[in-house]
Write a protein that binds this ligand. Structure first.
Ligand SMILES: Nc1ncnc2c1ncn2[C@@H]1O[C@H](COP(=O)(O)OP(=O)(O)OP(=O)(O)O)[C@@H](O)[C@H]1O
Ligand SMILES: [Mg+2]
Length: 338
């Protein structure tokens, strides 16, 4: 088994935790094998050192290390152009990027892929991701200082879409044309994608997530942030309902934002979101799925990004189950083979 496999690492470096997923690919086999994973809090640690410690624990040197960018430093846009050849399209994209984004071409790094235009066959659709050059360089330098060379830089929203589509195709159970929303709730940001079938229709980052809940518990109950974090992760038997009430009120603000995006999409596409798939550290709290379901009135699922994949013998299914929803972005990154 895995004699001729190549190992790819996906590194999701968040503001709270580092998530690492190692996938092995055998030539001509579309099904990857999960050979290792790790999740650790970053705290005040130096990112390169935290990553190094994680690789040391996993005991494997991947062929490629894929990282991602997210948060307010990344801009994702859908653009449409009249049909033209690749060269013309490239210069048209350059022109539009400079016109529409708040940065000069030489101050940013961007990439795009061609997608289907929305309903208009004489147009070419573009899905663009751009980030400030300085941010990308900072991240790469901090890893290189620890001897880690990233092979590829993706963005969280595309990685999340890729792993969701891969998991759906490896264990198909739903009709392809449904509209689903993938919501990844982390520490400082919530990523919201809306997909029709396997095509990304809409993506945005909402600057409210786990940190907002911790801060509100701290403020309302007059405890410091580390005590508030503990109460959030394990609500105390006494005072638990108070903590839950605070969580609900912050989640209410988040869900209002989610609703606005769902309404926007419904207006654009004439169809609402059928169901939601939640991931990210904050999705571990049962209250999250409960509140979303209550306020949105549609099915809310916690999903398994590794559904249908093979598992290497040393992988603990129990450990994986406990954190699989947190590993979604890292798994999507490890899927990228070029
Ligand atoms: N059991 C739990 N109950 C409630 N919240 C939890 C639980 N476990 C983790 N969290 C919260 O999840 C958040 C971290 O999630 P995650 O690791 O996905 O974030 P991140 O990727 O580091 O952050 P970001 O993507 O926003 O930069 C923290 O706010 C943490 O407190
Ligand atoms: Mg994250």
């Amino acid at each position: 088994m895995l004699k001729h496999a190549t190992t790819y690492a996906g590194l999701d470096i968040g503001t709270f935790s580092l998530k690492v997923v190692l996938l092995a690919r055998e030539p001509k086999d579309p099904v990857p094998t999960l050979i290792g994973f790790d999740l650790r809090e970053i705290g005040g640690g130096v990112i390169g050192e935290v990553v190094k410690a994680s690789f040391a624990k996993l005991g494997s040197t991947p062929k490629a290390i894929n990282i991602s960018l997210s948060g307010p430093d990344v801009i994702c846009r859908f653009l449409e152009f009249p049909k033209m050849n690749d060269k013309e399209l490239e210069s048209a994209v350059n022109f539009e990027v400079e016109r529409q984004l708040p940065l000069k071409l030489n101050e940013m790094i961007f990439d795009y892929e061609i997608i289907e235009a929305k309903g208009e066959t004489d147009k070419t659709g573009i899905l663009l991701a751009a980030a400030k050059k300085g941010i990308v360089e900072e991240r790469v330098t901090s890893l290189k200082e620890a001897g880690i060379s990233p092979s590829l830089i993706d963005v969280d929203s595309f990685a999340l879409t890729n792993i969701f589509n891969a998991a759906s195709s490896l264990s198909p159970k739903e009709p392809a044309e449904r509209i689903v929303s993938l919501i990844n709730i982390g520490e400082t940001s919530t990523l919201l994608n809306i997909l029709k079938g396997n095509e990304l229709l809409f993506t945005r980052e909402i600057g409210l997530a786990g940190k907002g809940i911790t801060e509100e518990i701290s403020r309302k109950l007059g405890v410091d942030l580390s005590a508030a974090l503990k109460m959030k992760h394990q609500p105390p038997t006494e005072g638990g309902t108070e903590v839950a009430g605070i969580m609900r009120s912050v989640l209410g603000d988040l869900i209002e934002e989610v609703k606005l995006s769902f309404e926007y999409c419904e207006n654009q596409y004439g169809r609402g979101v059928d169901e939601v798939y939640i991931s990210g550290g904050t999705s571990k709290a049962n209250l999250v799925a409960e509140s979303f379901s209550e306020w949105l009135g549609i099915p809310i699922n916690r999903w398994d990004p590794f559904a249908g994949m093979k598992m290497a013998p040393g992988v603990s299914k129990e450990e994986l189950k406990a954190i699989s929803a947190e590993l979604a972005v890292a798994a999507g990154l490890a899927l990228r083979t070029e």
